[in-house]
Design a protein around this ligand. Structure first.
Ligand SMILES: *Cc1c(COP(=O)(O)O)cnc(C)c1O
Length: 317
């Protein structure tokens, strides 16, 4: 059954997060592993995956402070832009999306959706876009004023991290079996950092970098993870060899893996994020585990962080 987030409240959101199913996987891709997928792609079909968790406190605070417009920025295939536009429409905010680059003659499928959701798109040059974290950026675009609530690219702010911490609590409370590891995709690193610190030692996390990782990712993971840590938790492992050429790059072998896992589970996966997690998991458990007895029969939780609307970009150049 498809469920939608219909009410903007912490209670309703937490309830939705608690109802996210865990699905046990039987697949020859992961022999000897007790693999479970937490289906956060289902928390809402449109405001989905980790972007929902990053947005919730942004939306609640914007409403509390009487802001009527959410302003944010991203690229043409940004899941964050898509989720923000959908959330604005659902919960009664105007939304403005600052998009990197020139407006193309034909908008990406993602941006077509966002316009349909009512988002006002403004395209800015890459030179201007690069200044998005600088002070005065929004004012330069004529977007300063009481009515605006600003969310940085990808939802990477304090409110975003708080939402992800709630996610960790919910996982601790609802996870059906004790897990040895929790795997998830890592872009900016906010989700990995905040989730791993909130899961604390109950479940060590492994992040799979979906882009060529440099120190900024491990720094972000560390910083978002130590925001209000109660215990000393080691930084999570970050796998850096699964990016397949960089952000959004995909290969035949990635596509084959996701289709194979889709066939055995009925779950769909996006090629930008979760496909790379599956690839890295398979590499570890199909190739490495048989040689290492301590890795056999481990329970692994794979977080489905959503992003399914981006599949429409899979075959684009
Ligand atoms: C944005 C996104 C991520 C990455 O989240 P970060 O907090 O930037 O690391 C992972 N999966 C999906 C589907 C996403 O849209």
């Amino acid at each position: 059954m498809i469920r939608y987030l219909t009410e903007l409240s912490m209670e309703a959101f937490t309830e939705a997060a608690r109802n996210v199913p865990y699905q046990q996987v039987e697949s020859e891709l992961f022999p000897g592993v007790d693999l479970w997928i937490r289906r956060d792609d289902l928390i809402d079909p449109i405001i989905s995956g980790n972007k929902a968790y990053k947005l919730i406190f942004n939306l609640l605070e914007a409403r509390e402070q009487g802001k009527d417009t959410i302003v944010t920025c991203g690229g043409a295939w940004s899941n964050h832009i898509h989720a923000t536009a959908a959330a604005g429409q659902r919960f009664g905010f105007k939304t403005i999306g600052i998009i990197r680059g020139e407006r193309p003659p034909v908008l990406s499928a993602m941006l077509q959706d966002t316009e349909r959701f009512g988002m006002e798109l403004r395209f800015v040059s890459r030179t201007i876009y690069r200044k998005r974290a600088e002070e005065g950026f929004w004012a330069q675009l004529g977007l300063s004023g009481e009515r605006y609530w600003y969310v940085p690219e990808g939802g990477a702010n304090e409110q975003g991290a708080r939402g992800v911490e709630i996610w960790g609590q919910v996982i601790r409370e609802t996870c059906p079996v004790t897990m040895d590891e929790c795997w998830l995709a890592c872009g900016t690193g906010l989700t990995l950092g905040a989730l791993s610190s909130s899961l604390e030692l109950s479940m060590p996390c492994v992040g799979v970098a979906v882009l060529r990782a440099d120190k900024s990712i491990s720094d972000a993971v560390h910083n978002w993870g130590s925001r209000n840590r109660r215990a000393v938790v080691p930084d999570p492992e970050i796998i850096t060899d699964a990016h397949h050429g960089g952000y959004g790059k995909t290969t035949e072998s990635l596509r084959r893996n996701i289709h194979q896992l889709e066939d055995s589970t009925g779950v769909r996966f996006d090629h930008v994020y979760t496909a790379k997690v599956i690839w890295a998991l398979k590499k570890r458990y199909l190739n490495d585990a048989p040689r290492r007895s301590y890795m056999r029969h481990r329970s692994v939780l794979l977080i489905h962080t959503g992003g399914l609307q981006g599949i429409r970009g899979m075959y684009k150049k």
